[in-house]
Design a protein around this ligand. Structure first.
Ligand code: ZN
Length: 483
């Protein structure tokens, strides 16, 4: 409540947006200030996706779009509901072999296909776990008595088979797990998977499951089990599959152009803090991401009052970003080919309100997603801050789904800070003048990038991604340690 009172004292509200304006106008700061104070007030309960806080937030966003006379993308409905499943862990998982208890998340992890179940049984080694007629290796035919046992499966592939593209499906973890279940396995332990298999195995946004517990064990665990062949194993997996409906907000400025620019960012946040020390305070997410939401609303006002016949503008406020980028993934999945073809590029706005708190630095992620971007960043001046370019699209925000679909993306952020994902990420910490400057810079980038040929797409080499993720995580944990 105190915060809201403060908002009323520092903000001069401007409801009528009909005249042309510049991003240095005080009216811009007033509007983004109002939007951030409202969205990041305690009464919005931290805007957790799928809760009353989400409903309050999208109701407010829609009211602001209507005031600015921005039409919905779909006739009469700004909301784009979608339902996604995810998994909640209700208790720590257990794995016991020959009296030794292994540690969940250190020695073994849960596989997303797992059932919520416990089992104690003898084990059997099914090699590669493949069921392929005439295959020399991995066939179950030489392994007696699979039924009722916990089955060990090596996720590597025999080199002879891995080059045969007709066997692609048989070599996937899902099919190998299903083979074991069909043969009566009481549980499955996977090991030695390649990196990309591993990430898919842990994708808990998927709700497919089998009827037995499935875990992924380190080689240390597997060596121990194999050196104790006679004893039973105990596996216990405690999880709950949750299916929830969330709502993206979509709007469209139709200028009759052939190309469309997407302005996107998430409006959801974390809800109540789960840390005992925070005593149930709301994480109101002023910077993350009321700032990006307010910024997109302001750009929507700009493009309704400054008509740009060269481009249409698609405005998307994503939900469930904090749950795992669900809103942007859903939006991209439902895009038709004609729509994808019409998109020139996408700008993501996530955490743009803290210019100056870690130096006058703005990070431009995904700067390698088009060969045109380096030139754009060179030619469009940005007095007031330094620009740090990161070539890859890091998989931590909503631009990534668009990048993976072959759409060039620009993602500007003022970066992480001490208040990130805590109840202290409040409107009083936002640099409103810096934010308005960043929006003005974004408008100049858009104007230049949207004035010529369609912006070409480029895929950044994966080695960059690994190095840049490592750099990001080092920076993140380094900051945490120094806080
Ligand atoms: Zn966040």
């Amino acid at each position: 409540m105190r915060s809201l009172l403060l908002a009323f004292t520092v903000c001069i509200f401007h409801f009528n947006v009909t005249a042309q304006f510049s991003f240095s106008d005080s009216a811009v700061r007033s509007r983004i200030c109002r939007d951030i104070f409202v969205l990041a007030s305690d009464s919005f309960e931290g805007r957790e996706a799928g809760t009353e806080g989400e409903r309050k937030a999208y109701t407010y966003i829609i009211s602001r779009l209507k005031e600015a006379e921005v039409s919905p993308l779909v006739a009469n409905n700004y909301l784009q509901p979608f339902t996604t499943g995810h998994i909640k862990f209700t208790k720590p998982a257990r794995l016991i072999a020959a009296g030794r208890s292994f540690s969940w998340r250190n020695d073994f992890g849960l596989c997303a296909y797992s059932a919520n179940d416990s089992v104690t049984a003898l084990w059997a080694d099914a090699g590669f776990g493949l069921v392929i007629p005439d295959a020399v290796t991995g066939s179950y035919k030489d392994i007696p008595g699979i039924s009722g046992k916990i089955v060990l499966i090596n996720l590597d592939s025999p080199s002879k088979l891995s080059k045969d593209t007709s066997l692609e499906a048989e070599l996937t973890p899902a099919v190998r797990i299903a083979n074991a279940v069909i043969k009566g396995a009481a549980g499955v332990i996977l090991y030695n998977g390649q990196g990309d298999y591993k990430s898919r195995l842990f994708d808990f946004s998927k709700s497919d499951s089998v009827t037995v517990p499935v875990i992924y064990a380190s080689s240390k665990v597997i060596d121990f089990i194999k050196s104790h062949p006679s004893g039973p194993l105990t596996m216990a997996v405690h999880l709950e599959r949750v299916s929830k409906t969330y709502n993206n907000v979509t709007a469209y400025i139709d200028n009759g152009a052939t190309r469309t620019i997407i302005l996107g960012g998430h409006y959801d946040h974390l809800g109540k803090s789960e840390k005992p020390a925070d005593k149930g305070a709301y994480c109101v997410g002023a910077d993350d991401n009321a700032s990006g939401t307010a910024g997109i609303l302001e750009l929507a006002r700009f493009y309704t009052t400054h008509k740009d016949p060269r481009n249409n503008y698609l405005i998307i406020l994503f939900s469930a970003e904090e749950k795992g980028l669900f809103g942007s993934e859903y939006f991209v999945k439902q895009m038709r080919p004609a729509m994808i073809d019409s998109i020139n590029f996408m700008l993501n706005f996530d955490m743009i309100g803290r210019l100056g708190c870690e130096g006058l630095l703005v990070t431009a992620e995904a700067s390698g997603s088009s060969p045109f971007w380096p030139r754009l960043y060179r030619e469009v001046k940005h007095p007031g801050f330094r620009l740090k370019k990161v070539a890859s699209s890091l998989p931590f925000s909503d631009q990534d789904a668009f990048y993976n679909k072959g759409i060039p993306v620009l993602y500007l952020t003022t970066g992480l800070h001490q208040q990130y994902h805590t109840p202290a990420d409040r409107p009083s910490t936002i640099n409103y003048t810096g934010m308005a400057g960043l929006l003005g810079y974004s408008e100049r980038l858009i104007s230049k990038a949207g004035s010529g040929e369609k912006v070409p797409y480029r895929k950044v080499p994966e080695i960059n991604l690994y190095l840049e993720i490592a750099g990001f995580l080092l920076g993140y944990f380094g900051d945490l340690l120094s806080f």
